[in-house]
Design a protein around this ligand. Structure first.
Ligand SMILES: [Zn+2]
Length: 287
């Protein structure tokens, strides 16, 4: 997240020297001990605004782990109310909230857990009308919506504004994760030129599955922000949690991608592997 408009935004922010309070130094002391994170990484987290689209078993849990890690600000975007059948996986919710606005409860719970994190709750879905303003106000996006139209809108806006996006999706006991940096890695449209047939809301899901994916999704964002470890750039992690099988696939950037291809915008720093190849191919297996 260090290119173009993004770089300018970060430079301006860093001019306002980010300081950690004594309370923050204590709250985050166990992670500040991580050599590759340290106070520098903690300040970077505090200096970051993360947009989370979808506040369900995936987005809500992702937001929780970003909040406890000390992200500066969360923008939660999710329309609609809480249903009883959401409660097997939505750990920011409470039983007495069924029927009420979901994103408001997420904001309340996160404020209780970590009052140092600013949480903005927007009770809307991602739309063509709101997506650009939301992405412009954010440093990183976490794509956790339950449908592809919202994911596609977020992906295109992140490419337009050169903001990184962690893409996390699941279907039943399977989960998928990749980290997209516009014009460096393939975008969501490169990965899925045709939309997967699991684009639907009412598939069966266990909270432990959405929670596993959410933890990894939050971790990808933390890695990008702090420089810790090695994010899944240009790779798709495919998890079969029924059989505990994990595979990494190398992703190919589509030069003709309608969102990030040459004709859509000047391509730079691509991982171009040529026309006519399929978007990704299995290369390694990690157990
Ligand atoms: Zn693309």
């Amino acid at each position: 997240m260090t290119k173009g408009k993004q770089q300018t935004t970060n430079d301006k922010k860093q001019q306002r020297a980010i300081m950690l309070t004594p309370k923050e130094l204590e709250r985050y002391s166990r992670q500040i001990q991580l050599p590759d994170l340290g106070e520098k990484g903690q300040k970077a987290l505090k200096n970051t605004t993360a947009l989370v689209s979808g506040v369900g078993g995936l987005g809500g849990t992702t937001a929780l782990y970003l909040a406890v890690a000390g992200i500066g600000k969360l923008i939660l975007v999710r329309g609609g109310g809480l249903r009883l059948d959401d409660m097997n996986r939505q750990i920011l919710m409470s039983d007495d909230w069924v029927g009420k606005t979901r994103v408001t409860k997420a904001q309340e719970t996160l404020n209780q857990i970590n009052p140092d994190v600013e949480v903005e709750a927007i009770a809307e879905y991602i739309t063509p009308e709101n997506v650009d303003a939301l992405v412009q106000r954010s440093d990183i996006a976490l794509s956790c919506a339950h449908n592809f139209p919202e994911r596609d809108l977020l992906n295109a806006a992140c490419v337009r504004w050169q903001k990184p996006m962690v893409e996390a999706a699941m279907n039943s006991m399977e989960a998928y994760l990749t980290t997209i940096v516009p014009h460096q890695t393939p975008c969501l449209s490169c990965l899925f030129p045709e939309k997967p047939n699991w684009d639907r809301r009412a598939f069966g899901v266990l909270g432990a599955v959405s929670g596993t994916l959410a933890c990894l999704s939050a971790l990808e964002a933390i890695k990008l922000i702090t420089g810790l470890g090695k994010p899944l750039l240009g790779q798709l992690l495919n998890m079969d949690l029924a059989n505990v099988e994990f595979h990494k696939l190398h992703l190919y950037k589509d030069p003709d991608c309608p969102v990030c291809g040459k004709e859509a915008e000047g391509a730079e720093g691509t991982l171009n592997h040529g026309k006519g190849e399929r978007p990704f191919a299995p290369t390694t297996t990690n157990h």
